[in-house]
Design a protein around this ligand. Structure first.
Ligand code: NAD
Ligand code: GLY
Length: 357
C-alpha cells in the first residue's frame, strides 16, 4: 500500500493506493466525520462489479447508504443526469453533513464531484477511482464537471475530494484498451516531469501490463505525486498546471475531428504527444533521439501515435480554431525540451501547420 498527500492547506487530502482495499472504504469514510446518510454514485457496469463490496463496507461502518446509478457513458456526463442525481439526494434527504462516494472512472468522478460541489452549496465527497486514467489523473486535483452540447467539460468547478481511495485490483476487470489509454497519461508524467519514471516504463512493460502490484502501485503513486505537486502549486491553472496538458492540444483536436467516437481520450493524447514532440524538435527544442524514444514508448504500450488516415491538416487546424486567415497568429503549447522537462511556448500557427503536414 502507498499513501501520499495533496497539500492544499485546510483542503489537503490523502491519496491511498493499494491492493484489496475496497472493503476498507467504510472505516475510512467513518474517520472523515460525515453524517450517517451517505450517497454512493456509480454506473451499472462498475456497480455490478464492485458496488456490493463498497455498500457492505459502508453499512458495516454504520452508514445508511443511498445508491444512485447513472447510465454508463460519456454522453451521460451532463446537466440532465446531474439534476437527476440532485433529485435522488433531495428525495432521500441527504443533508449538508452527508457525503458522496464516486465509484467508477473519470465520468463518474467528474459528475459526482460536480454534484458534491453544488448540492446544498457543497458537501464532501470521496473518489474511489476504478480505471487507470481515474487513478492517475482525474480523481486527483479537483477538476469536476459535466459536458454541454456546445463543448466537453464546459460546465464545472474546482472542488477537491476529502480522500482518494484507489484499489489496483479493480483494474483486473478493466478492458485492456481502457488500461492502455490510461498508460498514455502515465507516459505523459514521465515526459513532462520525471525521466526516471519514463525509464521505468521502458523497462517494465510486461509486469505493468500484467498488473503486477509493486510496479503498478509505483507508477500510480509516482503519477499522483507529480499531479499533487503541480496542483498544490497551481490549483486553478493560472500557470504551471497547464503542463499537465502536454499532448492534449493536438489530442483534443483529434477527438473533435473524429467526432469523439474513434479514439479513447488517452489514445488521442498519445497521438498528441507524438506530434507535439515532433513540433518541439521542429523548433529545435527537443532532440530527434528523444522524439523517437517517446514514439517507441507509445508503441510499446500499444498506443496510436499518428494522425488517422484521411484526417486533413485543415480539419485539425480548424478544430484548433486556427483558420487560414489566422495562420500568422500564435498558439501556446506544452513542449518537451528533454525527457522529464517541458516548457510553455508560443508557437506560430504556420509551424503547427508544418508539423501536421
Ligand atoms: P470512463 O469513466 O468512461 O470509464 C471507462 C469505461 O470503463 C466505462 O465503460 C466504465 O463503466 C468502465 N469501467 C470503469 N471501471 C471499470 C472496472 N474496474 N472494470 C471494468 N470496467 C470499468 O472513462 P475514464 O477514462 O475513466 O474517464 C474519462 C473521463 O474523465 C472523461 O469524461 C474526461 O473528461 C474525464 N477526465 C477528467 C479529468 C479531471 O482532472 N477531472 C482528467 C482527465 C479526464
Ligand atoms: N487533467 C489535467 C488537470 O487536471 O489539470
Amino acid at each position: 500500500m502507498a499513501e501520499l498527500k495533496v497539500e492544499l492547506g485546510e483542503r489537503s487530502y490523502r491519496i491511498v493506493i493499494g491492493s484489496d482495499i475496497l472493503d476498507k472504504i467504510g472505516e475510512q469514510a467513518k474517520g472523515l466525520g460525515f453524517s450517517r446518510r451517505i450517497g454512493l454514485i456509480s454506473n451499472p457496469t462498475v456497480y455490478g462489479l464492485y458496488g456490493k463490496a463498497v455498500e457492505d463496507s459502508l453499512k458495516y461502518a454504520g452508514f445508511n447508504v443511498i445508491t444512485v446509478l447513472i447510465p454508463d457513458g460519456e454522453e451521460y456526463k451532463n446537466l440532465t443526469w446531474a439534476s437527476n442525481i440532485y433529485g435522488e439526494l433531495l428525495k432521500l434527504r441527504l443533508d449538508r453533513a452527508s457525503a458522496l462516494i464516486a465509484l467508477g472512472g473519470g465520468v463518474i468522478g467528474d459528475i459526482t464531484g460536480f454534484v458534491a460541489s453544488t448540492y446544498m452549496r457543497g458537501i464532501s465527497f470521496v473518489q474511489v477511482p476504478t480505471t487507470l486514467l481515474a487513478q492517475v489523473d482525474s480523481s486527483v486535483g479537483g477538476k469536476t464537471g459535466v459536458n454541454h452540447p456546445l463543448g466537453k467539460n464546459m460546465i464545472g468547478t474546482f472542488y477537491q475530494p476529502g480522500l482518494v481511495w484507489a484499489d489496483i485490483d479493480t483494474l483486473k476487470t478493466l478492458p485492456r484498451r481502457e488500461l492502455l489509454a490510461g498508460m498514455a497519461e502515465v507516459i505523459k508524467y514521465g515526459v513532462i516531469w520525471d525521466r526516471e519514471l519514463f525509464e521505468f516504463l521502458e523497462k517494465n512493460m510486461d509486469s505493468i501490463l500484467t498488473l503486477a502490484p509493486l510496479p503498478l502501485i509505483h507508477i500510480i503513486k509516482r503519477s499522483c505525486e507529480i499531479k499533487a505537486e503541480v496542483v498544490s502549486k497551481d490549483e486553478r491553472e493560472t500557470g504551471l498546471r497547464a503542463i499537465l496538458n502536454f499532448g492534449h492540444t493536438i489530442g483534443h483536436a483529434v477527438e473533435t475531428v473524429t467526432g469523439y467516437t474513434a479514439y479513447l481520450h488517452g489514445e488521442a493524447v498519445a497521438i498528441g504527444m507524438n506530434i507535439e514532440a515532433r513540433l518541439s524538435a521542429l523548433l529545435n527544442l527537443l532532440s530527434s533521439a528523444d522524439v523517437d524514444r517517446i514514439k517507441s514508448l507509445l508503441t510499446l504500450y500499444g498506443l496510436p501515435y499518428e494522425l488517422p488516415v484521411g484526417i486533413g491538416k485543415d480539419n485539425m487546424l480548424s478544430a484548433m480554431k486556427i483558420d487560414k486567415k489566422a495562420l500568422a497568429g500564435e498558439m501556446r503549447f506544452v513542449l518537451p525540451e528533454k525527457i522529464g522537462s517541458v516548457k510553455l511556448e508560443k508557437v506560430s500557427a504556420d509551424k503547427v501547420s508544418e508539423v501536421l503536414r
